[in-house]
Design a protein around this ligand. Sequence first.
Ligand SMILES: [Zn+2]
Length: 473
Amino acid sequence: MASEREESRRLLIRGGSVVTEEGVRRADVLVVGERIAAVADDLGSAAADVDEVVAAEGLLVMPGFVDSHTHLDCPSDGPSTCDDFDTGTRAALAGGTTTIVDFAFQTDGSLLAGHDEWMRKAAGRAHLDYGFHMAIVDPTPQALAEIPELVDRGVTSFKAFMCELDGSLLGEQALAVILDGLKESGGLLQVHAEDGAEILRIAEGVRDRDPRSPIGHALSHPVSVEVAAVRQVIDLSRRTGQPVFVVHVSSAEAVDEIERAQREGLPVHAETCVHYLTLTVDELAREGFEGAKFVCSPPLRGASDQERLWEALRSGVLRICTSDHCPYNYTDKELGREDFTKIPAGLPTIEHRLNLLWEFGVTRDRLSPSELVRVAATEPARTFGLSGKGDLAVGYDADIVLFDPEGSSYLSAEHQNMNVDYSAFEGVRCAGEVVRVISRGESVFADGKVLSRPGRGRYLARGRSPLGRDEVA
Ligand SMILES: [Zn+2]
């Protein structure tokens, strides 16, 4: 029967260098059905008995990458993000990402309704496996009472924004209420740490002087508002003993605060995103309105911030590097031509995280290949309770990337799979090339083409984060 054959289809990847967080070694990988059945020095004796042999001499064999911070088909005050679960996950696959955790938002006051809504958005569209975090914008008692059921549904991490989003500003008090609501179920709270009230205050003055320059956005989000918010989050963790996870850390000073908290033994965790490692605030000062292409929150920072972020990623102070893919067309960014505060904030990055980490990280000696796998595959899977993802080991899902370090990749709007009318990395050439991507045993990208189909991705009910309360205590 066809389905049984499919279930036991055998694929042998021969002669590659297998990269895991532990190291790099020459090994063969045997895939049976959707899982990894063996990883060993020489599985040549199995070759006669397989459906397909993939020659991987000279290639790196890495686990499928895990992006735990994406915003597909996400509404905002203005336009929705311009990649949906079809186009966005296609682009992710082309770049070596085989699993995402996207952000669902509380809808009509309800967290469960928000989860239902995002499940609908993804159903029939996603090309890869996906889970959801839940963004809480209005922590009412009714909403918080829904948390245990969300955890049962596999939504084990939550997010709060301390900055403006649909007009809502969550202060320290509201965060404390959410943390209390998460106590019983052990859900992990992620925080967008920028002091929203302060941003609004500063933006008014900047706008009065010059409303039309995109750089105004960065001037309105100085490092000080990130640092102030990070301090509040750390204080909260100190007072409650509960873990917190700071998303998209952008500045050296914020890293310093987080490292101090970790030395103190506090369960304070954090990520950065690929654009903070590879672009600087100088992009916002481009001629005319071009800088709008680079508007995101927190904003891009300086070169010395970048070096600190790389170093913290390597040392583990920052656990993870995500994309924070939040794409808007340049034509949508036009909404802010007369008033920079109206520029939709976010960058298209889901497709190029591996390319960029390789070029700006590995080839420049800031990360080893194993460290790259750790921060972009293994650690995000571990942190967010994605069992069976993020590693190349027996029993894991056969999500595999074949990468040619001798190849090269040219990034441009014309050649990208993302449904966006510009590239934040136009004309950048990266060393290395994604040659083939396998998702649960199926080749979904090869020879520069996505071979997948919408709807083949599965919803992942996630387990509790090991950073959750009980394990840390
Ligand atoms: Zn985000």
